[in-house]
Design a protein around this ligand. Structure first.
Ligand code: NDP
Length: 458
């Protein structure tokens, strides 16, 4: 039977929309299927509303600091309902933009749940759709299986739809989502306990960022309950009780399950079509995002590679350029910058000090200071910056920062890292003064030299 389309994309999140628009730009006839709202996790129930909530939380500290700058009579109260209405309007606006972008690109949008029927055939509702290529871009969803009882807790989805702030909140987990919401809800006024099993939150990040984040969160009044394995979450008459391996029990009015996300691969007909999944249920793909079945590709969180929006977008565009644009391209997953939107925020690109050390000699440069704005207002918050430099050829391997504006600053420095900048390139870059970012080009002597040759001479 003739194919109606060149490409069917399943999932209209950031990755699926980017792939379909790029394929359409290469003159492909594209159809995209979405069971929920257009825009996916990032726009509807992730990055965007999270950041809008972060902005809301930031005003508490801004009002505090304003007093130090001479402002008087500042008083206020946060009404979550108002924020929720404004957020709902903004996500609806953005969803409208996404729908318009698809329509303007000539991509056909079909609402419904898609299921693979075989190579090149997808069922949506009563319809059978056909295309030579199929792209799975169904993303991920909060996982509930880390410990018993988690299904009763809120996830990031529900927190972003709250209309009333819980007086006390138990955050279960110590990853991105856990620390971001612990920080944000503290800013809004909840009393938060963060329960995680490692010694510090954010496993995998540079150790100096992890310890400083822990200190900063504790300084803002968050109870850090780390270093003990978590056993089960129980719903009680008054709220929630988290049972830990040492016999201790942490309680709160509300609980947030932030123990990771799982790929959305259920009920898609993948197994029947012969698509291989990995041990975590993600679609197994090669460097070109091909699944084990010819004609079926997958991108974004459903492949569980680097689960970040810009990575999904890049994977989607690389797929479309390769398959429809005669411009073969691949995504380099090695140097991906990322940020954690806590207060203070973290941003990082490249290798941590520990990772770099495994590869050879390393020089470490640091700067640790109280930023001008905070110092003037009498605040205690500090900013910390680190450069991890190859001890043999001076190439900058990692840039790490915790402090105000870290995500904005590190995004720019990621360009330098991508270009292979050396410490000497940083040194010959003139500062923009007065800024915090200038400290990155003013680091003169290493604070540590790992694996350096011993000094010679008398
Ligand atoms: P993460 O993988 O970042 O964190 C999961 C957390 O759950 C870890 O602290 C982990 O602990 C903990 N955990 C898992 N199993 C258990 C267990 N059995 N007992 C106790 N603790 C457990 O997942 P998130 O859900 O926070 O985020 C998902 C992904 O979404 C991130 O990896 C990131 O890619 C993306 N994201 C990005 C954001 C950004 O860019 N700012 C923001 C939010 C999400 P341990 O470390 O000890 O294993």
């Amino acid at each position: 039977m003739a194919e109606d389309h060149d490409l069917i994309v399943i999932g209209a999140g950031s990755g699926g929309v980017a792939a379909s628009r790029r394929a359409a730009a290469h003159s492909a006839r594209v159809l995209i299927v979405e069971a929920d709202r257009v825009g996916g996790t990032c726009v509807i129930r992730g990055c965007v509303p999270k950041k809008l909530m972060m902005y809301a939380a930031g005003f508490a500290q801004a009002f505090e600091e304003a007093r130090g700058f001479g402002w008087v009579d500042l008083a206020g109260r946060f009404e979550m309902n108002r924020w929720a209405d404004a957020k709902a309007a903004e996500t609806a606006r953005l969803e409208g933009i996404y729908r318009k972008m698809l329509a303007d690109s000539g991509v056909e949008l079909v609402a419904g749940r898609a299921r693979l029927l075989g190579p090149g055939v997808v069922a949506v509702g009563g319809r059978e759709l056909r295309a030579r290529r199929i792209l799975i871009a169904t993303g991920g969803a909060p996982a509930h299986d880390a410990i018993p009882g988690l299904a009763q807790a809120m996830t990031s989805n529900e927190v972003l739809d709250l209309r009333e702030l819980p007086a006390t909140l138990l955050v279960v987990g110590g990853g991105y989502i856990a620390v971001e919401f612990a920080s944000i809800l503290t800013g809004l006024g909840s009393k938060v306990t963060l329960a995680f099993r490692d010694t510090h939150p954010l496993r995998g990040f540079d150790a100096d960022l992890r310890t400083r984040l822990a200190t900063a969160l504790a300084g803002r009044g968050i109870t850090l309950a780390g270093g003990v394995a978590l056993q089960s979450l129980e719903r009680t008459a008054g709220g929630f009780a988290l049972h830990r391996a040492d016999g201790s029990v942490l309680t709160a009015d509300a609980a947030l399950n932030a123990t990771g996300r799982a790929p959305n691969t259920a009920d898609l007909g993948l197994a029947e079509a012969g698509v291989r999944l990995d041990a975590r249920g993600a679609v197994a793909v090669d460097a070109d995002s091909r699944s084990s079945v010819p004609g079926i590709w997958a991108i974004g969180d459903v492949t569980n590679r680097v689960n970040l929006t810009p990575v999904a977008i890049a994977e989607g565009r690389a797929f479309a350029d390769t398959e429809f644009g005669r411009r073969p391209s691949r995504v380099d997953h090695r140097t991906v910058a990322s940020a954690v939107f806590t207060d203070p925020p973290i941003a990082t690109v490249g290798l941590s000090e520990a990772e770099a050390l495994r590869a050879g000699p390393v020089d470490v440069y640091e700067s640790d200071f109280r930023p001008m704005k905070t110092a003037f207002a009498g605040g205690a918050a500090r900013t910390y910056m680190k450069l991890v430099v190859d001890g043999l050829n001076e190439r900058v391997l990692g840039v790490h920062m915790i402090g105000a504006d870290a995500p904005e600053i590190v995004q720019s420095l990621a360009v330098a890292l991508t270009c292979g900048a050396t410490k000497r390139d940083f040194d010959r870059t003139l500062a923009v003064h007065p800024t915090a970012a200038e400290e990155f080009v003013l680091m003169r002597e290493p604070v540590r030299r790992h694996g350096a040759a011993p000094a010679t001479g008398s």
